[in-house]
Design a protein around this ligand. Structure first.
Ligand SMILES: C[S@@+](CC[C@H](N)C(=O)[O-])C[C@H]1O[C@@H](n2cnc3c(N)ncnc32)[C@H](O)[C@@H]1O
Length: 501
């Protein structure tokens, strides 16, 4: 039977205590490395951090930073001195480290991770960039860009039961633990479940870890919150690496994951996932994902963050696992051939937030919004996702007349206009307001909307403002209200206008 790393709970406890004893924490490491080397390390530039550890007085912390964060081979004596209560023999036995040219190097990546309320320790495999050769097939991914984009997007309202599907090192489960009473985490990869168990134990947490594909391990169960950063890579169905290849053809894993969500969401529950979808016509990029989400019967907000052409997409993944350049080129070519055969001209990458109506809500059609939001600074955050649904509910419950009777305020927004030089000086050709940080919170505005937004200060009903502007322009107030209403609704939906009361 395969023995997985860190399978001895007492040893995990001793390791956690040993790491914390030498301030192997976010704060301790930042203090030793300093601001600039820390920032460089976050960007993947490791050598300034190495330089700092060589100059630092704190030998134990420096050794552990080099060992676990910088992929260095360290002398046995130095590691023994850094973790005296654990010992090198136990670290080798627990597959935390391995012997390497004259010393030892880390097998696992153990790092502090500040999440929501606390500083945690997370256990994963060392990244491909830290070790020679390709990673193992059952490689357990550490905290990456996708992990963090999902973690930031999750609505952090306190709930009862939560599911992290495809937990890997347990980073999503760790965040869930801060606001969910019970966390169930699943994976098909036994090594991932072992490392997630170590992550939980190192942080004094207890998760219900289950083995199996997609929703198999939770058949018949429902959750208030489901999160998943699945192995969404669109490919031939080959499973070279479990962390990113589902073994399902094309975008089958995203489709199957989405198809299972409705049955496993409790009334009022939310599911937030990352997904990729194959695109065969860039002008109709939303067709496939729309079919999937509409079939769920749930409310859904699909945000396509990027539409990658085949070469960009494949090159992103072929070099990801540390294969040789020749292997990567060979596999990349086959992958592109397959895209061509399938007629896949691009891959959409994004996030989807699903919501199931509450048990007492009147029956209604699902509210589905599918859009492309690619601008930097407009990422979906948990706060924005919750606000998005609140605003959709507000709009559904309030008729146009209700809105005209309400006092609205304008959020802090920027008005930006484009002008071209003409015969009579500058001629404005377009104008838009933007709510900084709001996903898709950009609204083209004409003269009437500009005036309305300037006037909305929560003091008078919207209808009165519309009448004033209509009088100024010598037009009928009701007619102007009817014409302006779609833009007003859009402004409310984007958080540019909000009810003042
Ligand atoms: C991209 S990693 C995400 C890990 C982690 N949740 C995160 O956010 O960083 C995908 C995880 O899904 C697991 N996985 C692969 N196929 C799966 C399946 N069919 N069902 C459930 N999990 C699966 C992989 O082993 C891997 O741990």
């Amino acid at each position: 039977m395969t023995r997985h790393p860190l399978d001895t709970p007492d040893l995990v406890d001793a390791l956690g205590a040993g790491l914390r004893a030498v301030a192997y924490t976010s704060e301790g490491i930042a203090a030793l490395l300093g601001e600039e080397a820390s920032a460089a390390l976050v960007d993947g530039v490791w050598w300034p951090a190495l330089r700092r550890t060589r100059r630092a007085d704190d030998a134990a912390l420096s050794t552990l930073i080099r060992l676990f964060l910088l992929g260095a081979t360290e002398p046995v004596d130095a590691v023994a001195a850094a973790l005296p209560a654990v010992g090198v023999a136990a670290l080798l036995d627990q597959q935390v480290i391995e012997t390497a040219d004259g010393g030892v190097r880390a097998v696992l990546d153990i790092r502090p991770h500040g999440s929501d309320s606390a500083d945690h320790l997370v256990v994963a495999d060392q990244d491909a960039s830290m070790r020679p050769g390709a990673v193992r097939r059952d490689h357990v991914l550490g905290i990456g860009g996708a992990s963090m984009s999902l973690a930031r997007a999750v609505i952090r309202t306190p709930v009862g039961r939560a599911l992290d599907l495809g937990t890997g090192c347990g980073v999503q489960a760790l965040h869930l633990a801060s606001h969910c009473a019970e966390v169930v985490a699943t994976d098909t990869n036994e090594r991932a479940l072992a490392l997630a168990a170590a992550t939980a134990r190192l942080n004094g947490l207890s998760w219900d870890l289950r083995s199996g594909s997609l929703f198999e391990p939770v058949a018949g169960e429902t959750f208030d919150l489901i999160v998943s950063n699945p192995p969404f890579v669109v490919g031939t169905g080959a499973q070279d690496y479990v962390y990113r290849d589902s073994g399902m053809v094309g975008d089958g894993v995203s489709e199957a994951l989405i198809a299972g969500i409705a049955d496993h969401l409790a009334p009022g529950g939310v599911a937030q996932i990352l997904a990729n979808w194959a695109v065969r016509d860039v002008d109709a990029w939303d067709e496939r994902v729309r079919g999937w989400v509409e079939a769920t019967g749930l409310d859904a907000w699909v945000v396509q963050r990027e539409l990658a052409d085949p070469i960009s997409y494949v090159s992103l993944w072929v070099s990801d696992a540390g294969e040789s350049v020749v292997d990567a080129a060979e596999r990349g070519s086959l992958w592109l051939d397959w895209f061509e055969e399938q007629g896949i001209v691009a891959v959409g990458m994004g996030s989807i937030t699903f919501r199931k109506p509450g048990a007492t809500e009147p029956e209604r059609a699902p509210d589905v919004v599918i859009e492309e939001i690619t601008a930097a600074g407009q990422e979906v955050t948990g706060f924005e996702a919750q606000a998005f649904w609140n605003r959709r509910d507000f709009l559904r419950r309030n008729s146009d007349d209700d809105l005209l009777a309400a006092r609205l305020s304008t959020s802090p927004v920027f008005l930006e206009s484009q002008s071209l030089p003409g015969d009579d000086g500058w001629q404005q050709v377009s104008a838009a307001v933007t709510r900084p940080g709001g996903p898709g919170a950009v609204l083209p505005v004409d003269e009437v909307m500009t005036a309305l937004l300037a006037g909305c200060r929560g003091e008078v009903p919207l209808g009165a403002l519309v009448s004033l502007i209509a009088d100024f322009h010598g037009v009928d107030g009701d007619a102007l209200a009817a014409v302006a209403m779609p833009a007003i609704r859009e402004a409310v939906g984007r958080g540019i206008l909000y009810r003042a009361e």
